[in-house]
Design a protein around this ligand. Sequence first.
Ligand code: ADP
Length: 193
Amino acid sequence: MKRVGITGGMGCGKSTVVNEFRRLGVPCFVSDIVASGYYYDFDFLDDLRRLLGDEVFLDDGTVDKKAVATKVFADKALLQGLNALVHPRVMEDFSHFCKIHASSPYVLFESAILYDYGFDRLMDKVICVYLDLDERLRRLSQRDGVGEDAIMARISNQLPAEEMMLRADYVILNYEGNPRRRQVEYIDKLLKQ
Ligand code: ADP
């Protein structure tokens, strides 16, 4: 079974492309979704409180994710600290996921920060979904209803999309009108060979 990473800058259409692979029956591990489950895990919450303090918790004990984002995106050391809590857990869960799907020809691992933290070294192949920055900003402000400054603050923490594209084994161009489904079916065929 191959481990295949799928990456791309925020707003380039990773989730949309992953859904196409899912439609073909490919097991897809979405790091963001898995990681959001950690906010219900007491051990993780204890670690988070030690790192970021009481101010990222609401009165009912749940995490104020906006406060977390504001803190970590304003301070690189805190972002690193949060990553050190999240990444090993993600890799452990992915390894479990691979065991469950060991009979599949390949599994997908979706992460926007695959290259930033060396997850690519754990993959046999990497797919990059690409879209230029202007179009990503347009789609993200529509999707999330937030201003371009807030989006740029997050994007600037990620590797440039062009670099991801150059390093990947396969590139999917996700422009409107492009045959996204055909690109996915073609890569799926190659990965199953
Ligand atoms: P990512 O997961 O990379 O952040 P999404 O898959 O959420 O990106 O896509 C960002 C936005 O762009 C979403 O609102 C999605 O519906 C839209 N979108 C994705 N692919 C296309 C496309 N080919 N044409 C038009 N809109 C698209």
